[in-house]
Design a protein around this ligand. Structure first.
Ligand code: ADE
Length: 232
């Protein structure tokens, strides 16, 4: 069974309309839909915004359902200025941009005691996502394969954006991915993140997010749906 986590309703509702829902469970106030998408067994959850919600949802999913992999989907703000609204990002790895215990000798983004920095995404799933993208978007949105940075902040300030770019070399920023990646790393569950750009994480971010989040959510969900269909 594949687990899929999105933060907002708009990020999971596209997939839910494609799902043959067999059961609905609420755990810790979060709703988990089980059933089939493209004839593959899946559980889809909306975790809410931020790292605590995301981590809690991932752990609840792992202990409550027989998931063999977890995919995080949704919108993201562009950190790399070559990315455009609607473009898809398939993560190579993920980092917490708001973690810093440098006084104790840890690197920026490193969670004290954790041996992984950044948290890796599963290469096999990432490859399937990239090929699903090619089958889905002929010449429209572009696909990028690189690092995603995560933190408990909506990034809409050019200086903060520049800091995340320089410190972490991330393509885009969002508020859940690295938390789910960390939970999957600790549980040895393969993890992938597929996000699409809703805004440029600068002064225009809030207005652009409102305007484009639905399109971004649809783009990332499309890749996940096609990928599930192609999986053996
Ligand atoms: N998700 C979408 N856009 C974002 C931004 N600018 N900052 C953080 N998370 C986001």
């Amino acid at each position: 069974m594949i687990g899929i986590i999105g933060a907002l309703s708009v990020e999971v509702e596209g997939l839910l309309t494609k799902m043959k829902i067999a059961d609905i469970n609420t755990i810790g106030g979060m709703v988990f839909y089980t059933g089939e998408i493209a004839d593959k067994k899946a559980v889809v959850a909306r975790c809410g915004v931020g790292k605590v919600n995301a981590a809690m949802c991932a752990q609840a999913m792992i202990v409550s359902f027989p998931v063999t992999a977890i995919i995080n989907l949704g919108a993201a703000g562009a950190i790399d200025n070559t990315l455009n609204i609607g473009d898809v990002v398939v993560a190579t790895d993920l980092v917490h941009h708001d973690v810093n215990a440098g006084s104790f000798g840890y690197l920026p983004g490193q969670v004290p005691g954790m041996d992984a920095l950044p948290f890796p995404a599963d290469e096999r799933i990432a490859k399937s996502a990239l090929s699903a993208y090619s089958a889905t978007f002929a010449g429209e949105a572009k696909v990028h394969h690189g690092r995603i940075a995560t933190g408990d902040q909506f990034i809409e300030d050019a200086d903060v954006k520049q800091h995340i770019s320089e410190e972490f070399a991330a393509l885009c920023v969002e508020m859940e991915g690295a938390a789910i990646a960390q939970v999957c790393y600790l549980n040895r569950i393969p993890f992938a993140a597929i996000r699409a750009i809703s805004d440029k994480a600068d002064g225009s971010a809030q207005a652009n997010f409102d305007e484009f989040v639905a399109q971004a959510a649809e783009n990332s969900a499309k890749v996940v749906e096609v990928m599930l269909g192609e999986m053996s």
